[in-house]
Design a protein around this ligand. Structure first.
Ligand SMILES: Nc1ncnc2c1ncn2[C@@H]1O[C@H](COP(=O)(O)OP(=O)(O)OP(=O)(O)O)[C@@H](O)[C@H]1O
Length: 798
């Protein structure tokens, strides 16, 4: 961007009384020399200096109005139409010809000033610019005694623009003055009417020097908004032209004013002083702050002074002897003004609405082109709309398979698919992170529990050991605990009692009172759960979530309920649903067991794999525990047997050596030693068994969690595929069933048939449930058993 200095052109008012000896004008060199000899009789000149030399951009001595337009107006007008702001300031003492220069006189057309000439030329130019649609707006502002007046306010019909005029800090609109009316002028005549309207409204007061003299600053502004008729219409060029008729710059003493006129003169003087300060500040390159805000005039003209504008100042001088001091003052001001530089730039803006329309058009065309391109390359099925839920689901499936090495690669279709793939990868990663955190928590929790149990079992063991030594024969009936059994207390193994026998006993008792889970029943249990899923996954979901010590019973009762289900659903699917749902066609969701099998192979494959692996680990642990339990029982039986032999020997010896000191024979001594060894073995095996049990319980919990998650995922998957259909055709009954116990289910079904209100209620319930299921799934997706800590590790963790 190139900066330009403000152009200063001096115009002299023609006079027969020209101060020839004092004022020498050279139009060739554009310079003015003033010589005031000393000892002159005029008392108001500066005696300290005799000569003044000034040089300007141009001096128009006794020039015609037409010449002024050609030299000042025409170039500014041209750049205005090209999109650059322009300002022409008329500065000078009262009577020097500022108004004549800007407005001219109306009596004679030849004497019309710059404004009417520029208006006229503007419309001629607009008429020639056929490729551009140019809108002309006009404002006319008067600043009088530091107050702003809208000279065109009288034209506002709707009284919308009646607010107080205020200078806004940011030039957000075409005008810096808020509430200043902008009148559209479609023709030269309309523009001139506005000029004249403003003129008549102009504030005029009596003045000693010139009775028509204006004491106000007047700013006539032409705003152009240009859009190309041929190129894109969103590009708008805004430009404006300020034509400023400043108030007289003479000194207060010269005006001989008093009262109101004095006050006016003070304001004029003040604002011109501020104008001068701004100019001084602008011409000093070291100055950071330009005091534009000191006066309304400088604030309004801040764009024209040191901003984005082509600025010309016409310094009007009245070359008579008595005004020589004002002439010097005006020329000094002009000289300073020449130091001010502006940086005019093209004011291009983009109409946001038009821009949006353009982009929409472009997108449409590009889509069209893309679809043609795809068609030519036989890629007919490619879509460019955002991914819907089903597509996301499919992509996620592909990614999972890719991660599991089941897919060599994911075929790239388009950028949208790549983006969505990244999204899905991120989601999977976040899930994995959550899963790891949860596992870590679980591990810690388990370790804590283990420590407590290990400590407890150590104490128990000690106690048991002591008890065993003191036990009498009556204790023989107490059995030794085993992994499958509920109680795991160590007692005396009765003679002939075997592990098998105790298992039988437990079986008979039933597992409802058992604190542990029977291995056999556990496996059976697993089958049941999956069978349950086959019929009603939500039933299974419920069983998974409520798995506890009484699982066995729960499962049993569930099976009964499941058997009842098809009949109830038949009833629901038949007439009742139809009567409630009107003419909607009924939809029968696919068989859940088949779907579950599909799910396990597809989306749930990963989870199912983890579950299977975990179950295998669990089985292995149980097997180990069983082995320990068998060893413990075996040793216990040996101990009992040995104890019997020892006791018998002891009794016999007591009988033989009555009232004599007790002495062990060699045989008895050996038996006692064997007993010691057996007890040591017993303790060692018992400890191993305890530790193994902790691991089994830990595995059990995790297997249980895996199963629940598999079920939840299946639920969500099934629901996402068929949920809406089920809801539409079956009402919300089926799903509500899944989340209620049997009584509630039947109640709901009856309500559903008879009462529309409950239908709405359950519908709401279903939505909440659905949300909760999703949230649960999102919280922790897959939980794979982390490496099972050995009991030693668990102990050291605590
Ligand atoms: N170049 C000129 N040719 C002919 N007449 C002129 C010229 N300059 C000024 N005059 C006449 O001088 C008189 C005063 O001029 P004008 O009103 O334009 O002064 P002004 O500087 O605008 O004064 P004010 O500061 O009071 O507004 C007017 O009658 C005007 O017609």
């Amino acid at each position: 961007m190139k900066s330009k200095h403000v152009k200063v052109i001096v115009r002299t008012r023609p006079t027969s009384d020209f101060a020839n000896g004092i004022l020498q004008i050279s139009q060739e060199t554009n310079s003015i020399h003033i010589h005031i000899p000393k000892n002159t009789e005029s008392g108001f000149i500066n005696n300290q200096q005799e000569d003044w030399d000034f040089k300007f951009n141009q001096i128009l001595h006794n020039a015609s109005q037409e010449c002024i337009f050609d030299e000042c107006g025409a170039p500014i007008l041209k750049s205005l139409i090209d999109g650059y702001n322009g300002t022409i300031l008329a500065y000078g003492q009262t009577g020097a010809g500022k108004t004549y220069t800007m407005t001219g006189t109306t009596e004679n057309y030849v004497h019309r000033g710059l404004i009417p000439r520029m208006i006229s030329q503007l419309y001629k130019e607009i008429a020639n610019k056929t490729q551009m649609a140019i809108t002309v707006r006009i404002s006319y502002l008067e600043i009088y005694n530091e107050q702003m007046f809208d000279l065109l306010a009288s034209l506002n019909d709707d009284e919308t623009n009646t607010g107080v005029l205020k200078i806004v800090d940011e030039n957000i609109g075409p005008s810096l003055v808020k509430n200043l009316s902008l009148q559209i002028a479609n023709t030269e005549e309309e523009a001139l009417n506005l000029l004249f309207e403003g003129e008549t409204n102009r504030s005029i007061s009596e003045h000693q020097l010139n009775k028509n003299s204006s004491r106000s600053h007047c700013i006539f502004t032409i705003y152009l908004e240009s859009r190309s008729r041929v190129e894109s219409s969103e590009k708008v060029i805004y430009s404006k032209l300020n034509l400023v008729d400043l108030a007289g710059s003479e000194r207060l003493s010269k005006t001989h004013t008093s009262g109101v006129s004095l006050q006016e003169a003070k304001y004029i003087n003040k604002s011109l002083t501020f104008l001068e300060q701004v100019i001084i500040a602008l011409s000093d390159k070291k100055r950071d702050h330009i005091p534009y805000r000191q006066s309304k005039l400088t604030n309004v003209l801040r764009d024209a002074l040191g901003g984005n504008c082509n600025t010309i100042m016409i310094a009007n001088i009245w070359g008579v002897k008595e005004h020589i001091e004002e002439t010097i003052s005006t020329l000094r001001f002009g000289t300073r003004m020449m130091c001010v530089s502006n940086t005019p730039v093209l004011n291009v803006q983009y109409d946001p609405m038009a821009l949006i329309k353009k982009y929409e058009r472009e997108i449409k065309e590009l889509k069209h082109e893309l679809s043609m391109h795809d068609a030519l390359n036989s890629k007919i099925k490619i879509q460019y709309e955002p991914y819907n839920d089903n597509q996301k689901y499919e992509l996620r499936k592909q990614i999972k398979m890719y991660i599991d090495n089941e897919n060599e690669e994911i075929p790239i279709i388009n950028v949208r698919q790549i983006k969505e793939s990244f999204n899905q990868f991120r989601k999977l990663y976040i899930n994995l992170e959550t899963e790891l955190e949860e596992n870590a928590k679980l591990l810690k929790h388990s370790a804590n529990n283990n420590n407590l149990q290990t400590n407890g079992s150590n104490d128990n063991s000690k106690q048991e050991h002591e008890n065993n030594n003191n036990k009498s024969n009556n204790d023989k009936d107490d059995g030794v605990g085993e992994i499958e059994g509920g109680g795991f207390g160590i007692g005396m193994a009765p003679n002939g009692k075997s592990l098998k026998g105790s298992k039988e006993k437990n079986k008979k008792k039933g597992s409802s009172k058992s604190s542990g889970t029977n291995e056999k029943s556990f496996d059976k249990d697993n089958n049941k759960i999956e069978d349950g899923l086959a019929i009603s996954s939500s039933q299974v979901f419920k069983s998974g979530s409520s798995r506890n010590k009484n699982d066995h019973d729960v499962e049993g009762s569930k099976l009964n309920n499941i058997q009842d289900l098809p009949l109830i659903q038949k009833v629901l699917n038949k007439d009742n649903i139809g009567s409630n749902m009107g003419s909607r066609t009924s939809f029968s969701p696919p068989n859940r067991s088949e779907e579950f099998e599909i799910f396990k192979r597809g989306n749930g494959a990963e989870m199912n794999k983890i579950l299977t692996e975990n179950k295998a680990i669990l089985k292995e642990k149980k097997k180990t525990a069983k082995g320990f339990a068998e060893s413990v029982n075996k040793i216990k039986a040996q101990i009992d047997e040995l104890r019997d032999i020892i006791n018998k020997k002891k009794n016999n010896r007591n009988f033989d050596t009555l009232n004599t000191k007790e002495v062990l024979d060699e045989d008895e001594f050996h038996l006692m030693q064997q007993m010691q060894i057996l007890k040591q073995h017993y303790r060692s095996k018992y400890d191993s068994l305890k530790n193994c049990r902790v691991e089994v319980e830990y595995c059990l919990r995790l297997v249980d969690q895996c199963r629940q998650k598999l079920m939840q995922e299946f639920e969500a998957w099934y629901d996402s595929l068929y949920g809406s259909h089920i809801a539409e055709s079956e009402g919300m009954a089926a799903h509500a069933n899944n989340n209620m116990n049997n009584i509630d289910q039947n109640k709901f079904k009856l309500d559903k048939i008879n009462n529309q209100e409950s239908y709405t209620y359950y519908k709401a319930k279903k939505n909440v449930d659905k949300k909760n299921i999703r949230q649960t799934i999102l919280k922790g997706r897959h939980q794979k058993i982390p490496p099972i800590p050995s009991s030693k590790t668990i102990s050291t963790l605590i």
